[in-house]
Design a protein around this ligand. Sequence first.
Ligand SMILES: [Mn+2]
Length: 198
Amino acid sequence: MNPRVGRVERTTKETSVLVEINLDGTGKVDVSTGVGFYDHMLDQLGRHGLFDLTVKTEGDLHIDSHHTIEDTALALGAAFRQALGDKVGIYRFGNCTVPLDESLAQVTVDLSGRPYLVHTEPEKMAPMIGEYDTTMTRHILESFVAQAQIALHVHVPYGRNAHHIVECQFKALARALRYASERDTRAAGILPSTKGAL
Ligand SMILES: [Mn+2]
């Protein structure tokens, strides 16, 4: 089996990002973005997705964390897409519902080759978690989806604590991505599309 890995380096005047991902890993994570809570979320992504994940971002945090967070998500999406390769023999679809105490996240993914995001979460939420602006969650998902070229539906029907609301989304996303990208032994050598392309 070929290792399914992706590596993306992305440098602009605002940020410098390196992402390495192995879809068939064990959840080994080495992440540093300079934004503590975001590191914690990317840690969830690797751990619960069973992806080996390296993320090194140096961004213009003297402005705010926006570019750092967004550009990391873009590079992560690109690396994920790269690692998926030809998508032959994978499940393609995945979903997972994850509670975190009072909050619940429902995530459904199709590794379709077309970017589309549907996202709902409670409107009332603390605006900041440390240096993490909670309106960035949707921006991360948009950025990831655009580069990974996947359809992603993320819903948080209820939740109260901002940390919980965001964290359950990353956990459910991780697991849904894992299920969708996992090799399906019954489908070995088969592309999961009637169209002949994904
Ligand atoms: Mn932006």
